[in-house]
Design a protein around this ligand. Structure first.
Ligand code: HEM
Length: 292
């Protein structure tokens, strides 16, 4: 539902809100229905937690994120209480920001490793050196240097987020431009990620070795040149979580399979809020273990 909604929203981003007040397109009607469906779904999950507390099965709503939101929704102090709308919005943000982005990153990593067998081999060798056949553990995750380089290069070429919204609170000078107060800006950071002036002539090639000595060296200390997780005080709160999740998932895939690209694959990245493979990514997985 959320994915469908994001596709509809992304193709209607620039529609004038005034027109929408008097006339509703098929997309608007469908997106309203989807929003309602998502709200009902979240409310059902919250209700389950509430029921457990009411029936005495649990003595709190739980310490996870949903539990904290449910607690805030029931706050006895009216001024601190979270509305149901805010609770649903928070769930949508975290579900969307947390799930779709990492899905997209993993998909593009699998694609890039499928067509760059040398890097796939290097990454697999590293995984076996560090974890053997064991499930990756949190302590050793930071030792994955090759994989970190692959993740950064994937984020540069196919970062899930292509742009971030900002508003000029007051008139401000930006280089030769004077931006008036209240101007909405769409900062397309993926443009910097593909700029040959910053990355050289081979900007469009997959070259994880750019990051061999870390991000700062790769970007020549030019902070805006690489910011897949945004910049400033509102940058991504899930950055470390996302990178760890991607490392664990890819390590577990590499421990089990070799990956090659299926002839059925059609290359068509498309920004549906996150950058997604429009026709999916078809790969051939071959088990590394004969017992499969
Ligand atoms: C590869 C994965 C991810 C990418 C590329 C990504 C990218 C971004 C970007 C570009 C922003 C906007 C930052 C800005 O405006 O400066 C953002 C915000 C955010 N991200 Fe992520 N993100 C990822 C994963 C996650 C995960 C796993 C979570 C949660 C578990 C998450 C939660 C959030 C939240 C809550 C915000 C809003 C922060 C705010 O407005 O203060 N993200 N992310």
């Amino acid at each position: 539902m959320l994915n469908k909604l994001s596709i509809i929203r992304s193709r209607n981003l620039w529609n004038a809100p005034l027109i929408n007040k008097f006339w509703k397109s098929a997309d608007m009607l469908e997106s309203e229905e989807l929003s309602k469906g998502i709200q009902d779904c979240v409310m059902k999950i919250v209700k389950k937690r509430e029921d457990k507390v009411e029936n005495g099965e649990a003595n709190s709503f739980g310490n996870d994120f949903l539990g904290l939101l449910a607690k805030a929704y029931h706050d006895p102090d009216k001024n601190n209480r979270l509305s149901m709308e805010d609770l649903v919005d928070e769930c949508k943000t975290f579900y969307f920001a947390g799930q779709d982005t990492v899905n997209s990153l993993l998909a593009w990593m699998v694609f890039l490793l499928a067509i760059h067998g040398d890097w796939q081999e290097k990454a697999r060798r590293e995984v076996f050196e560090i974890f053997g056949n064991q499930i990756p553990d949190s302590e050793d995750i930071s030792k994955l240097k090759i994989m970190t380089m692959i993740i950064y290069e994937t984020l540069r070429l196919y970062g899930p987020s292509i742009a971030m919204m900002r508003r000029a609170e007051r008139e401000v000078r930006l280089g030769k431009l004077v931006l008036p107060a209240n101007l909405d800006l769409l900062v397309v950071h993926s443009a910097a990620h593909h700029d040959p002036q910053l990355w050289g002539d081979e900007v469009h090639l997959f070259k994880p070795e750019r990051f061999a000595e870390g991000i700062a060296k790769a970007i020549n200390y030019n902070v805006g040149a690489f910011c897949p997780f945004g910049l400033g005080p509102r940058n991504c709160v899930g950055m470390n979580f996302a990178i760890t999740e991607a490392k664990i998932a890819l390590s577990m895939i590499l421990q089990r399979y070799t990956i090659s690209l299926s002839p059925a694959y059609v290359h068509s990245p498309i920004p549906y809020i996150t950058v997604q493979p429009q026709h999916g990514i078809q790969v051939i997985l071959e088990s590394l273990h004969n017992d499969a």
